[in-house]
Design a protein around this ligand. Structure first.
Ligand SMILES: [Zn+2]
Length: 94
C-alpha cells in the first residue's frame, strides 16, 4: 500500500492554530488528503508522521501530502485519473 485517502485538516506551519491565524483557519476545515505513505527518502529530518493500520498492526509512517480535496469524490476521481491505487483510511472518519 502506497497511497491513502484520509480525512484531515490542512497543515500550515509548526506554530499551530493557537498562535497562527492561518493555521486556525485551516484547523476549522476538514479536507480529504491524498497521501503518499511510502515517499522516497529525503535528507530533511523533520517529516510529518501518520499512524496507520497495516494488517491489524499500527505503525507510524512518514508521508507526503499529494493534494487536498473538498470531498471524497474529488479525491477518488483525481486518484483514478492518475491511475493511483489507493486505500481509504476509514478508521479516521468521525
Ligand atoms: Zn500557520
Amino acid at each position: 500500500m502506497k497511497y491513502l485517502i484520509k480525512k484531515m485538516t490542512k497543515m500550515h506551519c509548526a506554530r499551530g492554530p493557537k498562535r497562527c491565524k492561518i493555521c486556525e483557519e485551516y484547523s476549522k476545515e476538514l479536507k480529504f488528503a491524498l497521501l503518499d505513505v511510502a515517499p522516497e527518502e529525503h535528507l530533511e529530518a523533520a517529516r510529518p508522521m501518520i499512524e496507520i493500520e497495516i494488517d491489524g498492526e499500527k505503525v507510524f509512517q512518514v508521508y507526503d501530502v499529494i493534494a487536498f480535496f473538498n470531498s471524497l469524490e474529488e479525491a477518488e476521481s483525481y486518484a483514478n485519473q492518475k491511475m493511483i491505487s489507493y486505500e481509504i483510511l476509514f478508521q479516521e472518519y468521525p
